[in-house]
Write a protein that binds this ligand. Structure first.
Ligand code: AMP
Ligand code: MN
Ligand code: MN
Ligand code: MN
Length: 282
């Protein structure tokens, strides 16, 4: 058994550089105020907030590690890979993410067209008014706009009725591949971590296949405690972390004060026998 240092690390959250609601420095202050002592900002497909985040984290007395949450698809299923502790000036990583973001705009236009086809016009333009980084439009921005015009009462119900697979505003999209994401992260000296594995619609067998492929490609970590995990998920993914000898990560996936179920640093601690991922980025 390896003891886990009693650190309150939170290695998954978002700022206005993607679909979070606070600027990086404000996320840093809130994390520090909640007792986080080691923090990563992990915006979707964009690393433009890291310099601001690091400055604010260090000013607030936290250790900081570079982070990103990369959108990939595996067997046509959208999956997120968190990268930690990489060099954020690495050209292959920077260029790969630039290209990934370009695809988002085109996808957003198709989402707008799909919603227009069911009688809700102007949603692309409306969603763009909620975007805080012109190169990073996400379904969260669509959801916020649709709530603002009274289509549904809150963000989760917009997702449930309009923005998830099989629903009218959901469109297929070619994201990065698993191999791309792991290569970009490892090539920049970082650690690749499977984000919130409990959220994916994968059978037990497909999850194991996915984790084997991830490991073969050089992936080293998995989120065990997460803002989107139930206690059953924690037990299940702790078992898989042991089985595959992955390091375990912990992250709130905080997006904003009114939109997140779990606040920064308020995630359960990892089961004590797991190898915490901060050891790989120390
Ligand atoms: P995208 O990367 O554009 O597909 O958007 C994914 C983002 O939408 C996630 O990172 C969350 O911010 C948000 N999201 C996804 N599913 C839900 C949900 N069921 N309820 C609320 N927000 C969600
Ligand atoms: Mn998000
Ligand atoms: Mn995610
Ligand atoms: Mn996230």
């Amino acid at each position: 058994m390896t003891a886990v240092t009693p650190t309150n690390f939170d290695f998954h959250c978002h700022s206005i550089v993607s679909d979070g609601l606070l600027p990086p420095a404000e996320v840093a202050k809130r994390a520090a105020g909640n007792g986080v002592d080691w923090w990563a900002l992990t915006d979707h497909d964009d690393i433009g907030g890291l310099d601001e985040a690091r400055g604010a984290a260090e000013a607030a007395g936290m250790r900081f590690v570079n982070g990103v949450e990369i959108s990939i698809e595996w067997r046509e299923i959208p999956i997120h890979i968190v990268g930690l502790g990489f060099d954020h000036r690495n050209p292959a990583l920077v260029n790969g993410l630039d290209e990934l973001r370009l695809g988002r705009i085109e996808r957003a236009r198709r989402m707008g067209d799909a919603l227009a086809a069911i009688g809700i016009p102007g949603v692309f333009e409306g969603a763009m008014c909620f975007v805080t980084n012109p190169s990073l439009v996400s379904r969260a921005h669509f959801a916020r706009y649709l709530v603002s015009i009274g289509i549904a009462r809150d963000v989760p119900s917009v997702f449930q009725h309009y923005l998830t697979p099989g629903k009218p505003g959901y469109v297929d999209h070619r994201w990065a591949t698993l191999a791309d994401a792991v290569r970009w992260i490892n090539g920049a000296g970082g650690v690749a971590v499977v984000a919130h594995p409990g959220r994916y619609k994968l059978s037990g067998q497909d999850m194991r296949r996915f984790l084997e492929e991830f490991k073969d490609l050089g992936g080293r970590g998995i989120e065990v405690t997460s803002g989107s995990h139930s206690p059953d998920h924690v037990m299940h993914f702790a078992r898989l972390a042991r089985h595959y000898e992955f390091h375990a990560s912990r992250g709130s996936d905080f997006h904003g004060p009114d939109e997140s179920y779990v606040d920064l640093g308020k995630v359960p601690q990892l089961p004590e026998d797991l190898k915490p991922v901060w050891r790989l980025v120390a």
